[in-house]
Design a protein around this ligand. Sequence first.
Ligand code: NAD
Length: 310
Amino acid sequence: MKVGVVGTGMVGSSAAYAIVLLSAASEVVLVDANEKMARAQAEDLLHAGPFLSATRVSYGHYDQLQGAGVVLLCCGVAQRPGETRLQLLQRNADIFHEVVPKVVAAAPDAVLVVATNPCDVVTGLTAKIAKLPPGRVLGSGTILDSARLRALVAEHVGVAAPSVHAVVLGEHGDSEVLVWSNIQVGVFPLAVYAEQVGRPVTDQAKQQIDEKVRRAAYHIIDGKGFTNFGVGASLARIVQAIRNDEKLVVTLSAPGDGKGPIGDVCFSLLRVLGARGIEATLKSTLTTQEEEGLKRSADILRKAAQAIAQ
Ligand code: NAD
């Protein structure tokens, strides 16, 4: 499967690197408004091939995305000093108005995967512009936040992260909802497992983990100026699941079906991911508090989506 990556800065190039590492695609094509950047990233990645995999890497214009099964959208601009999040959102929205029609024209059968922030609002906008069948436009959303929660719970109780099943729903951002009520370690509820190994998950431990998950991007950006490895791995895993038609159960952002209190708000819920993109949305059993948190998150995102010029 050919994979396109539009926007080849820190996020796009890290996703491409992880795709090469996992051999998750036969070919990766890099596209960027800054062609010099796309070319340099492609050359650098090509040189990793002999050590890692047979994935072919090239760069080019939008027409080179023809035949792609997935296109990752990682293009965007960073916040300027003094700029509000809404002004940033409007600038990234303008970029997507320009980029998405070109991607759809070149690769009409591709699943579009949005990473650009604010991820949920940009995913909703992309779905509106692209007008593809439901499921074919998705945002990486809280796949990364769920991974962060799994990694931190695993560290706390001393197990491997893949043995922890935990999800973060809602906004990929400040209002996200960590679903503590459903966490499993292997086949055990978290509290039962934690008790057995003598590492109880106290309210204080929960608060510390919550802060580290919710504010992860702030902490990482404070130290290195950007985040790239976690999101790069998340995007490569999404590509792999689509390529292999895995029916992977994972949290991803997509527009709502218009029904119930969430309406058509675009944010993360549990989804089944396969060759056609999101193939089903699953309803989680939540506590009243978690349910209310999800509604609050939806309200925040509804307002943000209304604030950008469509
Ligand atoms: P970056 O500045 O390193 O890269 C952005 C790239 O987009 C640049 O190479 C730029 O030339 C390109 N670009 C800008 N306008 C374009 C256009 N019109 N057409 C094509 N390419 C264009 O930024 P980054 O660190 O790679 O971050 C990219 C986006 O991903 C940001 O919005 C960031 O907030 C977001 N992000 C999302 C997650 C997530 O979990 N979803 C995690 C980290 C970062």
